[in-house]
Ligand binder design. Sequence first.
Ligand code: ADP
Ligand code: MG
Length: 703
Amino acid sequence: MTDKNARTSLKISELFAENVYSDAVMKQTLPPDVYAALRRTIDQGASLDPELAEAVAESMKNWAIQKGATHFTHWFQPLSGITAEKHESFIAPVPGGRATMQFSGKMLVRGESDASSFPSGGLRATFEARGYTAWDCTSPAFLKEDAAGVTLCIPTAFCSYGGHALDQKTPLLRSMEALSKQAVRVLRLFGDSETTRVTTMVGAEQEYFLIDRDSYRRREDLRLTGRTLLGAKPPKEQETDHHYYGALSETVASFMAEVDRELWRMGVYAKIKHNEAAPAQHELAPIYATANIAADQNQLIMETLKKVAAHYDLVCLLHEKPFEYINGSGKHNNFSLVTDGGENLFDPGKNPAENWRFLVFLCAVIRAVDKHAGLLRLSTANASNDRRLGGFEAPPPVISIFMGQDLEEILSHIKSDRETPCSHGRTLELNVPTLPTIVSDATDRNRTSPFAFTGNKFEFRMPGSSQPLAETNTVLNTIIAESLDDIATRLEMAGDFQSEVREILKDILKRHDRVLFSGNGYSPGWLEQARERGLPIIPSAVDAVEILRQKQTVDLYEKYGVFTAEELASRYEILLESYTGQLLLEGRTLADMVERQILPAGNAAAAELAAWTDSLGAQQSAQGAQLRTMRTLLDGVYDGLAALRAALGEASRSGGVKARAVCAHDTLLPAMEQLRAVCDELECAVPADRWPIPTYAEMLFQD
Ligand code: ADP
Ligand code: MG
């Protein structure tokens, strides 16, 4: 290592987590007994003594103030999908007209705010406008710096007066508890007496686009809706693979370096960065972390990408499908289950006994994913991700699991009780340690599967780039907890443990192996095959949302204490309302742009061409033909606009929350698409210098 590199790495280790109220800081600043009690709460979920909170608050305040903080905020994730914060200064009056800095245990542990403007889906009547935030001490507090100064952010859960969850974090934490409990039960049956907790670990790959700020400012659609509602196909798309993993431009490299630094300072292990497949598309992945911390940190990542982009006159687009014709952006959710002893339960292990345990956890996932495919699909459903799924490089709206050929072969042997050697001449008897090699050899890297086993973790590729991680992982935890519960119950009653394990695996595979698919998920034949297998195909969020009302869903969530029936009903309302709201916004924005930008530009270009053709007396020439084409297109735009306005009227009127969403999907969306198509044709007919908004080529190919 050169001196320069040595200096750089020293700097990183110094700056890493400098803005985090980390374990090291706690250890240093808290009295030993307080530190030990807090660790017990963090590690084992023991309840927190209020007196202890007082001491923690004092240490946290001193640390934050010494770092320049003037304010604190309870930082939470309401159901709008982004984070919320209300800054409060530490300031408190003292006699003599002076001020002191105050922060108590009560202020740390609980906050109260007028929350009537956050989505609640009917859970909080407007007369009961209070919402409560409660400290999540398992996710570390941190400092945020901006132009205004430094703020201490305390990750919190958010609930109503009646205790209903109004956020993403509460159900996630509940589901992690449920999963841990059932996983430990299964481990006990395997003779593990030491593990007391099993934790969901999540590492999410975040995709995003960067475009220049000037183009963004001139596109009303991007500013208001996050995606382009218009734009003809550029001459160049992503047919060449030049961008993927390509060298970073100077600007993007500087941007990414600053993002890394900012994230490191806030304790996020930002690890991987590269150019993605589509032009102007990039990716960032941190090292995996405990699910609720990963979910919090993903919010910080998204926020930081947006904030830092502004320093480079760039804008970061987190929408799932900002541009038609090219890839959309996802958020691949890598997850595994890890014991408090550090063992990854999806790791095939080094000996046969571990292999069987691995197979049990693997089959628990297979059962869960097949049985509750709809819930998984639902966790990725919103108006923007609907546009991405089934498009280029994005999984189709049907859930299947990729296991790789070798593992699938092993599973099929278990299913049919065959003891014959499987691939590589190995057998699957208890006394033959086969799995490690087989799995590590696995052919993998099937990029077309929505849910892929990748050696020691599963990668769920359906979630969209703007979606909070909490939703998907809440579903995964709960459905796997249910499978493990079922398995544990059977094993507890079994006579012979080993043969019961085999029976369970066999039963699961017989019932659920239809969900295994290692072929090409993008091939047109797959949807047909999936239909034949009886796998649910759920193209839109409007269809997916009904799953929330099914008895099976309500029973599942109530059984594991993750959602109450009321909470689920509220989420049903919120999803539909936000779906319709998003589409209405898009429809209105498109109508506005067409009326005030596209039509004037098209009409002016047509008038100019008409005058010129007239002056030449060239009505019958090629120019005359071009003019007629342009006029036909303009007629089409007028017609399309009228149809869009009618659809907008219908979607804002029609009936209840579901009827409005259905109308938005069935009537408004096609009207928008039709109008777009003719506008895009018009774009190709109007002189470049007359086109009023930046084109795809201008936005996507800048360096
Ligand atoms: P890919 O080949 O898909 O790019 P990577 O190895 O780069 O996969 O990992 C992608 C993400 O998966 C990273 O965030 C990484 O930390 C995370 N990851 C790796 N191992 C695990 C694991 N055992 N559990 C959860 N996430 C993991
Ligand atoms: Mg990946």
